[in-house]
Design a protein around this ligand. Structure first.
Ligand SMILES: Nc1ncnc2c1ncn2[C@@H]1O[C@H](COP(=O)(O)OP(=O)(O)OP(=O)(O)O)[C@@H](O)[C@H]1O
Length: 329
């Protein structure tokens, strides 16, 4: 994993994204560079619903039955990412490589831009009308903000699980899992859906608990089970990367442990990026770690990154040492 919080140069791009119109203006002369034109947000899957299914899953195509082979695990690379809400700059030239098949934990005090960075990684930041961003995000070398790319494809490849479990409460457990397919009009036979539901729930560590009550409403599950249902819903469209924004913060310790175990298993099939305030959790589940900090009145930036064990045992920066030892934040 690498970071480059540069203070100059022309590597970044600056733009004010209007999600509705896809227009771009330049609010940050300091970040002169390539201008990103963001396509309008399509009618696909909205926040919290999981990734959309793109054209590579043609109508009627059978759900792939095997996990993604290890060789095909994906790397996500952010370069010189800056972000604004209106004129408020909240991220400053953040660069971070999130290695294939690993869990990368984003840590740091409240308000330093971790969630904003995470939302930029699957093009959710641009859903906020006043949001702007600069820089590049590459999935296996391909720019997810390339103007020829559909926003739905980025969401399909890069799924998101939120802090608060958000299944469709009245919808059955089964239908919650296949919701991503339905919302994007992908047809699948009953057998294909059955296989997909079992595989996704198994990967999310929920199959054994719910296999005999798939027709019951998702809202009837416990908080921890609902969160695993949301993970299954995201997995159903076979994302290459799974983003998790404090996925356990609303859960009890037992549910937290189960989700953490699920993450450890999941990294065999999907690259994971997690935002967490729980330092023990970061150490338990992640191999790579990035410490974000926004000093008074300045945008968030990465202070230190690297191997999780090393970051916690021998941090190079005094601020990292203080943070991981609970001295602030
Ligand atoms: N929709 C929004 N509109 C305006 N400002 C926002 C919006 N979302 C976040 N911000 C601002 O962006 C900055 C970074 O917020 P962000 O949520 O990314 O931080 P964070 O590190 O994830 O915080 P936390 O750990 O508390 O979730 C903050 O100053 C916040 O107030």
């Amino acid at each position: 994993m690498t970071t480059e919080n540069q203070t100059g140069g022309t590597g970044g791009a600056a733009g004010t994204a209007s999600a509705a119109a896809g227009t771009v203006t330049d609010p940050a002369p300091a970040d002169v560079g390539r201008t990103i034109t963001l396509p309008a947000v399509g009618p696909g899957v909205g926040p919290g619903v999981g990734p959309a299914v793109g054209p590579e899953a043609p109508p009627g195509a059978p759900a792939p039955a095997v996990p993604r082979p290890e060789a095909a695990l994906s790397v996500l690379d952010a370069r010189n990412v800056s972000a604004w809400f209106g004129s408020h700059k909240v991220l400053e030239r953040v660069s971070l490589t999130m290695p294939a098949g690993q869990v990368t934990a984003l840590i740091g005090p409240s308000g330093c831009g971790k969630s904003t960075f995470l939302r930029i990684l699957n093009r959710m930041h641009e859903l906020v009308p006043i949001a702007a961003l600069a820089g590049e995000v590459r999935l296996d070398g391909e720019d997810i903000y390339d103007r020829r790319k559909k926003i739905q494809d980025a969401r399909k490849d890069i799924g998101m699980v939120f802090q608060k479990p958000n299944p469709f409460p009245a919808m059955s457990i089964y239908d919650n899992v296949v919701a991503g397919l339905k919302l994007t009009g992908v047809r699948a036979s009953r057998d294909e859906k059955d296989e997909l539901v079992e595989r996704s729930l198994t990967s999310a560590g929920l199959w054994r608990e719910v296999k005999d009550r798939l027709a019951q409403p998702g809202g009837g599950l416990s908080g921890g089970q609902q969160q695993r249902l949301c993970i299954a819903r995201s997995l159903a469209v076979r994302p290459k990367v799974l983003l998790m924004d404090e996925p356990c913060s609303a859960l009890d310790p037992t549910s937290t442990r189960v989700i953490e175990e699920t993450m450890v298993e999941l990294q065999k099939e999907v690259t994971i990026v997690i935002v967490t305030h729980n330092m023990q959790q970061a150490q338990r589940v992640s191999q790579q770690c990035a410490f974000f900090l926004a000093a008074q009145g300045t945008p968030g930036a990465i202070v230190e990154h690297g191997d999780t064990e090393a970051m916690f045992s021998e941090p190079q920066d005094e601020r990292t040492y203080d943070y991981v030892n609970g001295r602030f934040g």
